[in-house]
Design a protein around this ligand. Structure first.
Ligand code: UDP
Length: 381
C-alpha cells in the first residue's frame, strides 16, 4: 500500500514526504506522534492574536539559493532580520558582539583601539569565533576575547547546556562570534525571513499532496516493529524505505541506554503592555534561570495593547516528560550515539535524518538542504 514510511513531520520528514510524493509519485505514510505537523517549528495564534512559536523562536535564514527557492514554492515570506540584545552588566547591547556593542560597553578610546586591532588582524565583515580570538597574540584582542567569553558566553553556555564549555564541541561554541563590523543583525545570510502565514501553514502546503497519508497522534511503536533486520507494519513485513526522524535510541527501544538531549521549558506570558523589550530576543547570560526572552510581536507584527513573551528555562531531558530539543555534544554522548548508528546499518531500508536521528545541530535551512540531498541519494539507490 505504501512505498515509503516516514516518521516525524518536522522539516526533515515533511520535505522528504513532499519530494517522494510529488517527484516520484510514491505513496508515503507519514506518522507523527504529536497532534500537529511542523515539529518544533510549529506556530499558532495565541489569545492575543499573536503568532507564537510553541517550541521556541525559529528565525529562517539561509545563504543557499536552492533551499530558498524550494521553500518559496510553499510559502510567501515577510522579510525579517533578527536582532538580539544581551544584558551586559545590566545594560542591553547588540550581539553578535560588534563595533556598535564595543561603543556601548567600553569607553570610546578603548572601543576605537579594539576596532583597529580587529581590523588589522581580520577581514572586515568576518565572524570570528571567540575561541579563535582568544588565541590571538595581541593583548587588546585577548582582553576582548576574555571579556566576551565571560560576559556573553560562559554563563549562558553553562545554563543552556548544563556543562562547562570545554566539554562541548566547537560546533556549538563557534556559534558565538565577534563580528568585525557594524552589522547588528544576528545573522548575515542573504535570505532572512519568516513565512508570511507562519511555519504551520508552510508545512500544510508541503504536505498537501494526495500521495501523502498523514497520521497524527501516532507513535510508530503502535504500528511498526523493528527487529532482526526486518521492519513490520501492522504485522506484515514492510519492504519499502523507512525514513526515521525521531530519536535513534527510541527506534531500538533504548537497548544501549538513553541518549542525552537537552530540553527547555517554554514559559509564555501575556503581558499588559504594548511593547515589552527593544528587540525580538534579549539574552540573559549572567542573571536569572532563563536564558532569553523572546517577544513574538517583533517577529510577526500585530497591533495589540498586549504582548506575548517567552522565557526559556533549560532543563535536563527526561524521556516521556519533556521535549528533546538539542543533542548534547560531549564526547561521551557522541560515543553513545555511535552504538545506535552502528545498529541502524543492519537495516538498509532505514535512513535516519534530522537533529534527533543524526544527533546534529541542524539549523532549519541545513535541514532542508540535507533532506533534499537525501531524496536525491535515495532516488538513485
Ligand atoms: N550562546 C552564548 N551566549 C549567547 C548566545 C548564545 O553563549 O548570548 C551560545 C550557547 O552555548 C548557545 C549557542 O551559543 O547554546 C547557540 O546559541 P543560538 O542562540 O545561536 O542557538 P539556538 O539555541 O537558538 O539554537
Amino acid at each position: 500500500m505504501f512505498d515509503i514510511v516516514i516518521i516525524g513531520a518536522g522539516f526533515a520528514g515533511a520535505v522528504l514526504a513532499e519530494r517522494f510524493a510529488s517527484q516520484s509519485g510514491k505513496k508515503v505514510l507519514l506518522m507523527e506522534r504529536r497532534q500537529h505537523i511542523g515539529g518544533n517549528c510549529y506556530d499558532e495564534a495565541d489569545e492575543n492574536g499573536i503568532l507564537i512559536h510553541k517550541y521556541g523562536p525559529h528565525l529562517f535564514h539561509t545563504d543557499d539559493e536552492n533551499v530558498w527557492k524550494y521553500l518559496s514554492k510553499f510559502t510567501d515570506w515577510s522579510v525579517y532580520n533578527h536582532h538580539v540584545l544581551a544584558m551586559i552588566d545590566g545594560q542591553p547591547a547588540p550581539i553578535p558582539f560588534n563595533f556598535n556593542t564595543m561603543r556601548k560597553v567600553f569607553p570610546k578610546s578603548l572601543a576605537k583601539r579594539l576596532e583597529n586591532a580587529l581590523l588589522e588582524n581580520f577581514e572586515y565583515g568576518r565572524k570570528v569565533p571567540i575561541l579563535e580570538l582568544k588565541k590571538s597574540e595581541d593583548k587588546d584582542l585577548q582582553f576582548l576575547a576574555d571579556y566576551v567569553y565571560e560576559k556573553i558566553f560562559l554563563h549562558y553556555t553553562e545554563k543552556q547546556w548544563g556543562q562547562t564549555p570545554d566539554k562541548i564541541s566547537g560546533a556549538v561554541t563557534a556559534r558565538v562570534p565577534i563580528f568585525v563590523g557594524r552589522d547588528d543583525r544576528y545573522f548575515n545570510d542573504r535570505f532572512q525571513a519568516v513565512p508570511v502565514h507562519g511555519y504551520t501553514a508552510l508545512f500544510q502546503n508541503l504536505l498537501n499532496n494526495k500521495n501523502i497519508k498523514l497520521m497524527l497522534n501516532t507513535d510508530f511503536h503502535e504500528v511498526m516493529k523493528i527487529e532482526d533486520g526486518k521492519i513490520f507494519l501492522l504485522g506484515a513485513e514492510f519492504s519499502g524505505k523507512l525514513i526515521y526522524t525521531g530519536q535513534l535510541d527510541e527506534l531500538f527501544n533504548l537497548k544501549f541506554g538513553a541518549l542525552p538531549y537537552r530540553s527547555v521549558e517554554m514559559k509564555f506570558e501575556s503581558v499588559n503592555v504594548e511593547n515589552y523589550q527593544d528587540a525580538a530576543t534579549v539574552n540573559y547570560p549572567n542573571n536569572y534561570d532563563f536564558t532569553r526572552i523572546t517577544e513574538f510581536k517583533k517577529i510577526h507584527p500585530k497591533k495589540s495593547d498586549r504582548t506575548t513573551i517567552l522565557k526559556e528555562y533549560p532543563q535536563n531531558y527526561i524521556p516521556g516528560e519533556n521535549v528533546p530539543y538539542y543533542p548534547i555534544f560531549t564526547d561521551e554522548a557522541k560515543a553513545a550515539y555511535e552504538k545506535y548508528a552502528a545498529e541502524v546499518t543492519k537495516y538498509p531500508q532505514i535512513t535516519p535524518v534530522g537533529r534527533l536521528a543524526e544527533y546534529k545541530y541542524y539549523d532549519m535551512d541545513d535541514m532542508v538542504k540535507r533532506a533534499l540531498e537525501i531524496f536525491e541519494e535515495l532516488e538513485k539507490s
